[in-house]
Design a binder for this molecule. Structure first.
Ligand SMILES: O=P(O)(O)OC[C@H]1O[C@H](O[C@H]2O[C@H](CO)[C@@H](O)[C@H](O)[C@H]2O)[C@H](O)[C@@H](O)[C@@H]1O
Length: 389
């Protein structure tokens, strides 16, 4: 992989927002959907207008549709996949879906057959993958059994956790030192030191980890730190009257959670959250919005994402461009699709989507939930141990 052309300088895209948008909405305010996730245009909310025309901004730009789509109703899910099933038949729909995205557990032999003679590198998302989704983001703890599964897998396979959270926060949740961490959707990578071109990048600095080990800290969006901080504070201020809304500082991005906001409460609905975020970021053409699971994420307009982070880490580990390397990425969210895409399009490895409902994805395989992720990690360890005998 050519680090100079691919990673050396994350290029800032054109900050000029006007005339590139549909409906005259600045491009940074359009829902960012690199994978073409389906947003239903027919979803409709009855919401009183704050100011004439105002809520039309977020509705027309698709924000509300995308917010709805972050937890789609059963009917919609089955309709998206053209399943002629009634809404209660989610299990049937799921089983049909797994024809396209087979379970990584039932396909385990197929995966390991392919992995024979190859070095597996593991990339794991955190929320919804290693820890179950919970109402309070501060309480998304990883179970001890999951921690022990990760600790064991790390003994055999180079492993990195790539999260939307701040790197410090995800390190604190995971509490293991033997692996690599990338926070802020890959915009804050603490990886191994390697005397390669990536180490010479201005956004790359030598540092030491908590154990005093020399590491390479790569922060391609470092110049955005003051801006994100300012926006974080404005978002806290503007949403403080919205019951259930919560703003999280993820260092190089800010996340506005609406999981606990009542979707239909007239005075403080999802539409109000969307409008508040819109009102703040419309003045920041160098920031854009992405959608996660009941969360709006404000992040810099740079060409950097979890997919780039995977490529960067493979390069740092000197495992890029090696025919005998099999990267496996396990994740549950839209932002993980960037990594699935990199693996699929480069024909390099497998994405595994964690989902208990049918979803379109660039992944190859699926797992239902974090407990299946744990089972998969344990299976990898058993396989490795038995093949070493
Ligand atoms: O890339 P990830 O590690 O999956 O992080 C993505 C976001 O995860 C967190 O939010 C999600 O999980 C919360 C806890 O289960 C849940 O309450 C929330 O609704 C989910 O969106 C995290 O809080 C965000 O900052 C991350 O960006």
């Amino acid at each position: 992989m050519d680090m100079k052309s691919n990673h050396g300088a994350p290029v800032l895209t054109d900050p000029a927002p006007i005339n590139k948008s549909r409906l005259g909405i600045p491009s940074n305010l359009l829902p960012y959907s690199p994978t073409g996730a389906a947003f239903s245009p027919s979803l409709h909310l009855t919401i009183p207008r704050k100011k004439p025309g105002k809520l039309d901004d977020v509705r027309a730009s698709g924000w509300l549709d995308a917010m709805k789509a972050s937890s789609p109703p059963r009917k919609k899910l089955t309709k998206d996949f053209n399943f002629e099933v009634v809404s209660d038949d989610t299990d049937v729909a799921y089983r049909i879906w797994t024809l396209k995205y087979p379970s990584a557990l039932t396909s385990f032999e197929q995966i390991t057959n392919y992995a024979k003679e190859k070095r597996i590198v593991l990339f794991l998302d955190y929320d919804g993958t290693l820890s179950p989704i919970v109402d309070d983001p501060e309480c998304a703890f990883m179970s001890d059994s999951m921690r022990s599964a990760v600790r064991n897998v790390v003994k055999y396979f180079p492993t990195a956790i790539i999260s939307g959270r701040s790197r410090d926060k995800v390190c604190e949740f995971v509490g293991l030192t033997e692996l690599y961490y990338a926070g802020s959707h890959g915009m804050d990578i603490m990886g191994p030191v390697r005397h390669s071109v990536s180490d010479d990048h201005p956004n790359s600095i030598r540092s030491t980890d908590e154990q005093g080990k020399e590491v390479n800290l790569f922060q391609p969006a470092s110049e955005f730190l003051p801006m994100i901080d300012e926006v974080f504070r404005s978002l806290v201020e503007i949403t403080k009257g919205i019951k259930g809304a919560k703003v999280e500082n993820n260092k190089f991005c800010a996340s506005v959670h609406y999981r606990n906001v009542d979707e239909k409460v007239i005075v403080a609905s999802w539409a109000t959250v969307a409008q508040c975020v819109h009102d703040i970021i419309k003045d920041y053409p160098r920031l854009r919005l992405t959608h996660g699971r009941k969360v709006l994420e404000v992040r810099p307009v740079i060409k950097w994402d979890k997919g780039k982070a995977v490529e960067f880490l493979l390069e740092s580990l000197a495992l890029s461009n090696c025919g005998d390397v099999l990267p496996i990425y396990v994740g549950d969210d839209r932002t993980d699709e960037d990594a699935f895409k990199v693996l699929r399009e480069g024909n390099r490895g497998y994405g595994i989507l964690v989902s208990s409902v049918p979803k379109e994805s660039k992944a190859f395989y699926s797992l239902r939930d974090p407990s299946e992720v744990m089972e998969f990690l344990k299976s990898l360890v058993r396989w490795k141990e038995s093949s070493a005998l």
